[in-house]
Ligand binder design. Structure first.
Ligand code: ACO
Length: 312
């Protein structure tokens, strides 16, 4: 059994909702500019009491409850984030403690920016196949509002906070995974060893060019590997950076726009959380068809990228 099957999801969004109009009172911007360039209308930012870890715990708890599994069934916990509140304990270890997952199981955070959830799936699958066990908990969580310069209009309008969690099972279902990376600082956020604060900075046009190249390539790679076509997929769930990136790819692929899920209008760009948050919304609204494959495609800082075909 080499594939990963999605069996349950959970999600959590923080308490503050920030509209484009609210942002236009903070920086020199407008709802019209943000909506037309990005498709984003609102996003959620953490309150003082919230963090990527509190959101991850809430999302993971929901996924575990919905799976019908016991904590002891979870063989590993992998959390993708670039905005963990603590260097240690990791968010994954905080989830392990909060959910009462068994002690003799691995739990770790990984950082592959917006591709983190795809990387997390690969790490989880590797741990299941090398260490044993059937079920893995993979989380994507971010508190990007903590890394932004709220006075920089070129970035503060783009990002949001949130968490999504998924429980996967090793299964003989259609599955493919591709990952890649190319070191570049066109998208940058400082860590704790940097002097002073180094909030998110970005060469937006370079990131756009990278994304519209990586997205279709990842999709073709995983379709070829599974010998599936776009028509076979129920959904293509892309990283929700920007509506124009997805629209550009739909046009290039001559694909049906209805297959490409979009929720950045409500959440903005939540980096590693965007794909699992989207999967959770699709599952909650009954739009994931059991037995039909779907694709997840991530691209982001690093630069990193990744694609997967999996089944619900
Ligand atoms: N409101 C109003 N004006 C703005 C804003 C804003 N929020 N931000 C920038 N501007 C201005 C600039 O100052 C500039 O003004 P100028 O011409 O007087 O100098 C003008 O708008 C154009 O700025 P650009 O940066 O060239 O804007 P661009 O058309 O490239 O759009 C955007 C910016 C939306 C970020 C675009 O580059 C893009 O879509 N990039 C893709 C990258 C992306 O989505 N990144 C998200 C994170 S990365 C990831 O998740 C993979």
């Amino acid at each position: 059994m080499n594939g990963l099957q999605l069996i349950a999801t959970g999600g959590a969004l923080p308490g503050r909702t920030i509209t484009n109009d609210a942002l236009s009172r903070m920086v020199d911007t407008s709802d019209a500019w943000i909506t037309s360039r990005t498709g984003i209308r609102t996003r959620h930012w953490c309150t003082e009491d919230e963090s990527a870890a509190t959101l991850a715990i809430a999302a993971a708890r929901q996924a575990l409850d919905r799976s019908g599994l016991a904590p002891a069934d979870i063989a590993c916990c992998v959390c993708a984030t670039l905005s963990a509140p603590d260097a240690t304990p990791s968010v994954a270890c905080q989830v392990q403690a909060a959910l009462g997952l068994p002690e003799n199981r691995p739990a770790l955070d990984i950082n592959a920016a917006c591709s983190g959830f795809l990387y997390g799936m690969a790490v989880a699958r590797g741990m299941l196949t090398t260490l044993g066990g059937q079920y893995a908990l993979v989380i994507g969580c971010e508190a990007l509002s903590r890394l932004m310069d709220p006075t920089d209009r070129s970035t503060c309008v783009l990002f949001g906070d949130g968490a999504g969690a998924a429980i996967f099972r090793l299964a003989d279902t259609p599955f493919a995974l591709t990952l890649g990376a190319r070191g570049s600082d066109v998208l940058h956020a400082g860590g704790p060893s940097r002097e002073g604060s180094a909030p998110i900075t970005m060469d937006g046009k370079a990131v756009f060019r990278f994304a519209v190249d990586a997205l279709p390539k990842c999709l073709h790679t995983v379709l070829d590997e599974t010998r599936l076509t776009l028509e076979d997929l129920s959904w293509v769930v892309c990283h929700q950076a920007n509506s124009r990136i997805i629209d550009h790819c739909i046009k290039a692929l001559q694909a049906d726009p209805a297959k490409f899920y979009k929720n950045m209008d409500r959440h903005g760009n939540t980096s590693a959380a965007s794909i699992p948050v989207a999967l959770n919304e699709l599952a909650e609204s009954g739009q994931l068809t059991p037995g039909r494959p779907l694709a997840c495609i991530g691209f982001g800082g690093g630069l990193t990228w990744g694609g997967a075909i999996l089944q619900y």
